[in-house]
Ligand binder design. Sequence first.
Ligand code: ITT
Length: 195
Amino acid sequence: MKIFIATKNRNKLCELERILRPMGFEVLSENDLENPLPEVEETGKTYEENALLKAHSAFKIAGITTVADDSGLSVDILDGAPGLYSARYSGNGATYSSNNEKLLAALKGVPRDKRTATFVSCIACIFPDGREFTVRGECKGYVAEECHGNGGFGYDPLFVCDAGCYAEMTAEEKDRVSHRGNALRLFKKELKKYL
Ligand code: ITT
């Protein structure tokens, strides 16, 4: 089955492709379009709403079954921040490292047992006949006191779950335990009900 992945984030695309291909999906993305995907204003109040906004916008162009991911890191002691604003936590022109620096500063002096956090990935799927669904995958852990490892992207150097720090895992290890891996396994199950 062909699926269009609606993301402008290359790291995310890489993870979505590497999990979906072995599940048997033929994956298409922005790279297969003549023009870049339009920017989507992420005005939703939930990950689900934002994932649906991104999927609908791309579906208008791709015209085939389309999936989008909206994801983020929710830190308990920060009332869920950066959460929905994970990509732009440190403002306009935010980079992965400026976001990580801001998060470390926000948690300065907070002891390890109070640095608990949850990574969330919500996947929305839109079908050409108008049906749609969303699924949510999570991974619980804590925010480290300094960056670790060289792998992954985004907040991976700071996020530690039972299996270790995301940025110190191989791709296979991360996919086995990550919020996105969990969401995509639920996606595959849910999709069967629609086919
Ligand atoms: P698209 O909307 O085009 O898909 P985006 O990067 O803007 O790309 P989001 O709005 O969902 O996507 O923002 C999610 C942010 O959360 C992302 O930019 C990273 O900073 C962070 N993030 C999500 N998944 C992550 C992961 O597996 N590891 C580390 N950081 C992650």
